[in-house]
Design a protein around this ligand. Structure first.
Ligand code: TMP
Length: 216
């Protein structure tokens, strides 16, 4: 694939089915003969996975801004070490969560100012943002109900918090209609994947990452 690659992110509340979609899309992109790199946030490098562990798996109350700075530090590592090099190599990058998560969770969820969070996102990413974002939307109770095992520090938040995050995501999607595609997470995983594959194919065609005449 020529020149700069193509960056996709997947967003949604807890238990929305992001990972299933991520692996389905990875297989799809590979079937098109394109190189794909998958990553996740917070995480993506050994160091950033360490930060993920600090954020999610310590039973400690941390200040909301401390949480932001940790997320932003992890994002910077993921962008510089994983995402940018892959895009420079012309690859397709698919990230399980990215900058919208910070706006939804720390902005709408925790009530921190979106403007400041956006500025930090810009610094962390050197303004490398996804071309296409899939937002898997579903009722909060349904998503949390799907979660198995112990809840992490953020999953343990009150239902109202998760509801604010969900509504926040939907507001972000309304503000960025072209980039953020909302998928109905109550549909079965195969249907979701099919819808996402079609949208991704269209976007790759538009960006001339693929030619129009291959078989699906
Ligand atoms: P998950 O990737 O398994 O869904 O878990 C990541 C958790 O981290 C999830 O609760 C959302 C949270 N998170 C934020 O609050 N802000 C962020 O910017 C990111 C990337 C994740």
């Amino acid at each position: 694939m020529g020149r700069f690659g193509f960056f996709v992110s997947i967003e949604g509340i807890e238990g929305s089915g992001k990972s299933t979609l991520l692996y389905g899309l990875k297989d799809y992109v590979e079937s098109l003969g394109l190189d794909v790199v998958i990553t996740r946030e917070p995480g993506g490098t050994v160091f950033a996975e360490g930060i993920r562990d600090l954020i999610l798996h310590r039973d400690e109350d941390i200040d909301p801004w401390t949480e932001v700075f940790l997320l932003i530090a992890a994002r910077r590592e993921n962008v510089v070490k994983v995402i940018l090099p892959a895009l420079r190599d012309g690859k397709v990058v698919i990230s399980d969560r990215f900058t919208d998560s910070t706006l939804a969770y720390q902005g709408y969820g925790r009530g921190l100012p979106l403007k400041k969070l956006s500025l930090l996102n810009k610094i962390a990413t050197s303004r490398v943002f996804p071309r296409l974002t899939f937002l898997i939307d579903l009722p909060v109770e349904k998503g949390l109900g799907r979660k198995k095992g112990r809840f992490d520090r953020i999953e343990k938040e009150k239902l109202e918090f998760h509801e604010r995050v969900r509504q926040g995501y939907l507001t972000l999607a309304r503000k960025a209609k072209k980039r953020i595609k909302v998928l109905d997470g109550t549909k079965d995983p195969e249907t979701l994947l099919e819808e996402a594959r079609n949208l991704l194919k269209k976007a790759l065609l538009e960006k001339k990452k693929i030619r129009g005449n291959y078989e699906d």
